[in-house]
Design a protein around this ligand. Structure first.
Ligand code: ADP
Ligand code: ADP
Length: 228
């Protein structure tokens, strides 16, 4: 589904952020990328949706080299959720969720109906929260809207970069549990970045353990935990 072939990224200032990365994520699989700050996790994610380009190597999505896919088309196949979800401040929760599909050509009423379903799915009652503005939500609730919005275009792939990193531990655990349940229903192919090994183990079907710019281990949670 997503295949990295000898992917490297060197930034303009000479920093090698990712060095000869090769691994494959299967369809419907949730792979967590774990490792210390600065080891190249976010760089990896940004290359998958072409926010930045690899210096070497290539990334395949369903067998297609992504460098040949127009970035706008790519966004329909890939949803992205980051730590500080940038919701539109002047749009309601419902409109935040409905905007992208509407821009992609779904009729407004249909986009809003689907947005309400998605809000429900991520645990936000649309009748209660649909008309609120982002600043009227807690951090945990904003992240839920971010997940709903990423799902709105129904992409087969989700990229999640520390999506629960900015909320307190109790809320975080709650969001993890709900996300796992959601994933069982949706069966998306997910790349999930975290610096928290417990989160990586809890959520991942497999874990990519990053060292400096490299994947040092790529295996199931028991295998990673059992390693010396
Ligand atoms: P992580 O997500 O694991 O914290 P990043 O992928 O953000 O790591 O960063 C990997 C390395 O690349 C770090 O050394 C970081 O400082 C560097 N880096 C990230 N973005 C840039 C950039 N735009 N220009 C130069 N160096 C960068
Ligand atoms: P969470 O545990 O999800 O982070 P909080 O403890 O931050 O939630 O918030 C608890 C409740 O207070 C939520 O129902 C939320 O909607 C409400 N709330 C939080 N901030 C605001 C705000 N600025 N305006 C209105 N309601 C708020």
């Amino acid at each position: 589904m997503i295949r990295f072939e000898h992917v490297s990224k060197r930034y303009a200032d000479g920093t090698t952020a990712v060095d000869d990365l090769s691994f494959e994520v299967r369809e419907g699989e949730l792979v967590t990328l774990v490792g210390p700050s600065g080891c190249g996790k976010t760089t990896t994610m940004k290359m998958v949706n072409r926010l930045i380009e690899p210096t070497e190597g290539r990334i395949l999505l369903d067998g297609d080299d992504i460098s040949g896919i127009d970035p706008v088309r790519l966004r329909r196949r890939i949803g992205y959720v980051i730590q500080q979800v940038g919701l539109f401040p002047h749009k309601t929760v419902l409109d935040n969720t409905a905007t992208v599909p509407h821009l992609l050509g779904v009729r407004r009423a249909e986009a809003r109906a689907r947005a309400a379903e998605l809000l429900d799915l991520v645990g936000l009652d649309p009748a209660t929260y649909g008309d609120r503005y982002p600043e009227q939500l807690s951090g945990g609730q904003r992240q839920r809207v971010g997940v709903a919005r990423a799902l709105a275009a129904d992409p087969p792939v989700l990229l999640m970069d520390e999506p629960f990193g900015a909320v307190d531990p109790v809320v975080r655990e709650h969001l993890q549990t709900e996300f796992l349940r959601l994933q069982q229903t949706l069966n998306k192919t997910v790349l999930f970045v975290t610096h928290d090994i417990e989160e990586a183990v809890r959520l991942g079907d497999r874990i990519a353990v990053y060292g400096q710019g490299r994947v040092e281990q790529f295996d199931t949670p028991p295998a990673v935990l059992g390693a010396p």
